[in-house]
Each structure stands twice: as structure tokens, then as C-alpha cells.
Design a protein around this ligand. Structure first.
Ligand SMILES: NC(=O)c1ccc[n+]([C@@H]2O[C@H](COP(=O)([O-])OP(=O)(O)OC[C@H]3O[C@@H](n4cnc5c(N)ncnc54)[C@H](O)[C@@H]3O)[C@@H](O)[C@H]2O)c1
Ligand SMILES: [Zn+2]
Length: 345
């Protein structure tokens, strides 16, 4: 393993590689990548594990723009600039950075750790434009989850759903994305914030993070409780942070007049609107959401440095990179009800 000062040009590193043809995930020894012009090599400080990684390994999600059949997973990364490629002047070796999870290229969105090699590795190479300066005060494990576990709900709330202060918002799924969604809704003044999750510990943490009420989606009195919580009006916004089919029909039913459902969870399955006439009468909307816009991660880094956000409780465990497979299994099985598990090279 390199400490960043040794010669890495001829070295190798370990990386968590998924073969998308066979569905096999394994730690492999691979060459340390070289940055071409305009690209930067980053030494990974920490990398988060997302349910999308589980979906990718299970074959529920498939890369659309991957060249070849193997990719290093990991789209939540913070670390240190190791080697800027030719022409890069925006960062210098030693700079602490977070890495945006993707970028637009030739009219399509490429996602790191999906369409090109990501951060479940000791090093990764990315375009200079995706690096966001971190400063000295946010530790790498907390910073790594900002792109995605925090920025995706922030993009969904602030842009796609366009949530306004005072609006009633339901949040389905209080895992990595949803636990941050609740904090961000609190920040921008949504009220009431109604958290929905079948796991009691997830409901408890929702209340701790600022939800007004937390409901069990399986409870018999769920609809009545939701109605009561919104004074009979229904939700202005429903956010799907679960990626579970049942959430969508339940959430559509909870929407009030002009209510909008934002699909963040990725299930890969078709969805049906049962009461399509009621959907039209109430002028409901369903909006798709993916990732975040370029300004969202810098905004969140700034909000964190100003003390408006704190991710000290978000990192449920720091797991050695070599044990990535165990981390994936733990997230899938909800062992210890993690918010985010973070891999440390
Ligand atoms: N659109 C995007 O840009 C984007 C980005 C990241 C993740 N995702 C997707 O978002 C989803 C959530 O990811 P995560 O990493 O936060 O997952 P997670 O596993 O950390 O959390 C999911 C939560 O959903 C809860 N849940 C399960 N069934 C439920 C139900 N019926 N009602 C309410 N809650 C239920 C689980 O108990 C868990 O707490 C996944 O589908 C993931 O692929 C989408
Ligand atoms: Zn993700």
C-alpha cells in the first residue's frame, strides 16, 4: 500500500470490482490508475456504501455507459489530491477534497462507481471538475457521504420537489438517504415532517433527527394516522427514499391537492397508478430524481462548515476496504440498522 509519498506509477492497489456480466463482486489487485490531461488522481480517505451498490451487485441496477464488463464500485468518496494530470491548476497535491458522484459528458450523465471506476479502492482518477475543496475541519468518513447520501436528498428536496417552508412532507425510508432527508427538511422549514419506515430503530432516529411524527407503513391505522398528521389535507410532498414498490402506491394515496411524489429510490420495476382518475382530479404529480446538481455538494460542504449540518451520527461503522463484501451484506440485511457504513482503505 502506498502512503502517497512512494512511487505509485508502477504499483498496484486493491479495489472492489463488480463484473456486471456474471454479477460477481470481489476484491482484486489492479494497477494504480494514471491521470490523463484534465484528470486527477485522488488517494481515497473514505468511501460510503449505498443501497444502490447492493442493487448493482444484485443486478437490479445495470450500468448504462460502462466500457467493458468490470467496474470498481463506490460513488461516495472523500480523500486527498495525489497527482493532478497535465493542465490541471484547480487543485494541488495534498488538497482535501470530496468527489462529486458523476458528471455530464456528451449529453449523458456518467455515474462514478457505475459507468467508470469509483472509490472502493486506494486511489481513483476523476475529471478535475468533480472535485470540491473540503477544508481541514470535516473528517473524511463524514465528508465521504456528502456526495449522494446527503446531496441526493438535498437535490430532491431543494430542486426536484421544490419544497417550501410550511409544506407537509412525508419521507419513506429512513436509511442513508432518508435520515439526511429528514435533517434537510427540518433545515428548510418543512412542517410537519412525517417519517415512514417499517424498522422501529429507523423511526426512532427519524424523530431524533427532526421528524414530527414517525409511522410504520405496515400498521393498520397508517392511513388514518397520516390523515390526522396533515389535518386531513394530505401531503404536499412525498419522498421515496426506500426503493420499494409498495412505497409508491402508498405514497400516491397520501398526497393532497397538487401533491407531488418524488421517486429517488430505484426499484427497476414498473409502477401503476391505481386510482388514475383521482390522481387527475387532485392534479397529483410524480417526478423522477437522480443524483444532484453541481452546486449542491459545495452548498452542503459550506452548510456543514457553518455548523448548520452535522454528520457525526451518520457514520454507523468504519469498515476496512478489504471487507467491502461484508459491508454490502450488512447493509442489505440491515445488521445493526446502519445509517451509512463507510469503507476505509
Ligand atoms: N435517485 C438517486 O439518485 C439515488 C441515489 C442514491 C440512492 N438511491 C436509491 O435510494 C434508495 C435508498 O438508498 P439508501 O442507501 O438510503 O438505502 P438504505 O438501505 O440505507 O435505506 C432504505 C430504508 O428504507 C426502509 N424501507 C424498506 N421498506 C420500506 C417501506 N415499505 N416503507 C418505508 N421505508 C421502507 C428500510 O427500512 C431502510 O431504512 C435505494 O433504492 C437506492 O438505490 C437513489
Ligand atoms: Zn448511492
Amino acid at each position: 500500500m502506498s502512503n502517497g509519498t512512494t512511487d505509485t506509477s508502477s504499483g498496484t492497489m486493491i479495489a472492489g470490482r463488480l463484473n456486471v456480466e456474471t454479477g460477481t463482486f470481489a476484491m482484486k489487485e489492479v494497477p494504480i490508475p494514471e491521470p490523463g490531461p484534465g484528470f486527477v488522481r485522488v488517494r481515497v480517505g473514505a468511501a460510503g456504501v449505498c443501497l444502490s451498490d447492493v442493487h448493482l451487485i444484485q443486478g437490479l441496477l445495470r450500468p448504462q455507459f460502462l466500457k467493458g464488463s468490470e467496474v470498481t464500485l463506490g460513488h461516495e468518496v472523500a480523500g486527498t489530491v495525489d497527482l493532478p494530470g497535465a493542465g490541471v491548476t484547480s487543485v494541488a497535491p495534498g488538497d482535501r477534497v470530496v468527489v462529486q458522484a458523476g458528471y455530464e459528458h456528451n449529453g449523458v450523465t456518467l455515474t462514478m462507481g457505475v459507468d467508470y471506476d469509483g472509490g472502493w479502492a486506494e486511489y481513483l482518477v476523476v475529471p478535475a471538475g468533480v472535485l470540491v475543496p473540503l477544508g481541514e475541519d470535516i473528517p473524511f468518513d463524514q465528508a465521504s457521504i456528502i456526495p449522494d447520501a446527503v446531496s441526493t436528498p438535498w437535490g430532491a428536496i431543494a430542486s426536484t420537489a421544490d419544497v417550501r417552508a410550511g409544506e407537509a412532507v412525508g419521507v419513506w425510508g429512513i436509511g442513508g438517504l432518508g435520515a439526511h432527508g429528514v435533517q434537510l427538511l427540518r433545515l428548510i422549514g418543512a412542517a410537519p415532517i412525517i417519517a415512514v419506515d417499517p424498522i422501529p430503530e429507523a423511526r426512532e432516529r427519524a424523530l431524533e433527527f427532526g421528524a414530527d411524527i414517525a409511522l410504520d407503513p405496515m400498521a393498520e391505522d397508517f392511513s388514518a394516522a397520516m390523515k390526522a398528521a396533515t389535518g386531513g389535507r394530505g401531503l404536499d410532498v412525498a419522498l421515496d427514499f426506500a426503493g420499494v414498490d409498495a412505497v409508491r402506491s402508498q405514497a400516491i394515496n397520501c398526497l393532497g391537492l397538487r401533491g407531488r411524489l418524488v421517486l429517488v429510490g430505484l426499484s427497476g420495476k414498473p409502477m401503476t397508478i391505481n386510482d388514475s382518475t383521482g390522481f387527475s382530479y387532485a392534479r397529483k404529480q410524480i417526478r423522477g430524481h437522480y443524483g444532484s446538481e453541481a452546486h449542491h455538494v459545495p452548498q452542503l460542504v459550506s452548510l456543514t462548515r457553518l455548523g448548520r449540518l452535522d454528520f457525526a451520527k451518520s457514520v454507523s461503522a468504519r469498515i476496512p476496504l478489504a471487507d467491502a463484501e461484508a459491508a454490502v451484506k450488512a447493509l442489505d440485511a440491515k445488521e445493526g440498522n446502519p445509517i451509512r457504513l463507510v469503507l476505509i482503505p
